[in-house]
Design a protein. Structure first.
Length: 256
């Protein structure tokens, strides 16, 4: 049994070894004040460890070491935690523009490359990155099937494909919440970055990632869901989210 588990681990590490990862960690986390007054949102601690450090550890565990971290607020503190575990790129527009500008800051690093995207403000079971990285389609979208509210970034799946992503999807009709982790194939990466400028022109500087993903879908690319059901995961937007995360357990067999 030990040899079987070791063999599975080695295969997993080798399978993802050439894949890149992109962590967006530029946000100020104003809704988490006063916790974020002197600490970037991504460095708030869960289990005495900064969220970003947990993400880097989870990626390294599956063989992903080519990691790009987009910084913004208190970037020096983020750079200190990343160290030689990844490459930091500063987004100078982090205070006035939305997530798509953080993607643009990293375009030269991942355009046309297979990569795993992760938001820097999520805490999750360490199994989730390999689950999403194994996803199929031009873009594999992490979906947490659960009842959604108005605040959630919602996903609608029909006939096995992601057909819409938006906060405006009727809560009762949504398949689940976007887990803020996705895998882009080489073609998916090109298509996504190619529509960002168009999306910004239409939606303004605060356009969502989901707006660009919907455009990619409209161009005929296939977005497939990867369900994260049964694995603990939480997005840290508010103080109550942080308090809840600090009480959660993020083991592989852990269910909500």
């Amino acid at each position: 049994m030990l040899l079987l588990c070791l063999g599975t681990f080695i295969k997993t590490v080798l399978f993802f070894q050439g894949m890149k990862a992109l962590i967006l960690a530029a946000g100020m986390g104003s809704r988490l004040m006063p916790y974020t007054e002197e600490t970037p949102k991504c460095l708030l601690k869960v289990g005495e460890v900064p969220m970003l450090a947990l993400q880097l550890k989870a990626l390294h565990a599956i063989g992903i070491r080519d990691i790009v971290v987009v910084t913004g607020y208190l970037k020096e503190k983020v750079e200190e935690v990343v160290g030689d575990q990844g490459k930091c790129i500063f987004n100078p527009d982090f205070e006035t523009h939305g997530i798509l500008h953080s993607f643009l800051a990293a375009k030269e690093e991942v355009y046309g490359e297979e990569f795993l995207y992760l938001a820097g403000d999520i805490v999750y079971n360490a199994k989730i990155p390999s689950l999403i990285a194994s996803g199929k389609g031009d873009i594999a979208i992490g979906v947490d099937r659960k009842p959604c509210n108005e605040e959630h970034s919602k996903v609608l799946v029909e006939n096995g494909q992601v057909v819409e992503m938006a906060k405006t999807i009727v809560c009762g009709e949504a398949t689940g919440e976007f887990a803020h982790i996705a895998k882009f194939s080489k073609e998916g990466s090109k298509a996504f970055f190619d529509v960002i400028e168009e999306t910004l022109a239409e939606k303004d500087a605060r356009a969502y990632m989901m707006d660009a993903l919907n455009k990619v879908r409209d161009k005929g690319l296939v977005m497939l869901p990867v369900y994260t059901d049964g694995y603990a995961r939480i997005e840290i937007d508010f103080i109550e989210d942080l308090e809840k995360a600090r009480k959660m357990v993020f083991h592989e067999t852990d269910a909500r």
